[in-house]
Design a protein around this ligand. Structure first.
Ligand code: ZN
Length: 68
């Protein structure tokens, strides 16, 4: 699950539920952190489960222009 690169910041990739793009997640991510998809620009809130699984849920950002 982790993609470690020597000398680089540790991160891994999750698939964007919206567009299937790859979202880079730092491996020291914490629940509630907001990440955005580089492809579609969607913001997600990171949720770390008790099992250590990482899930993405759409972030609710008030006043954001969703580009409709
Ligand atoms: Zn996306």
């Amino acid at each position: 699950m982790l993609f470690k690169h020597e000398g680089e910041e540790s991160a891994f990739l999750l698939k964007c539920p919206e567009c299937d793009g790859e979202i880079e997640i730092p491996d020291d991510v914490i629940s509630g952190e907001i990440v955005s998809c580089p492809d579609c620009g969607m913001d997600y809130e990171v949720e770390v489960t008790q099992e250590g699984e990482i899930r993405l849920k759409p972030a609710e950002i008030e006043g954001e222009d969703w580009g409709e």
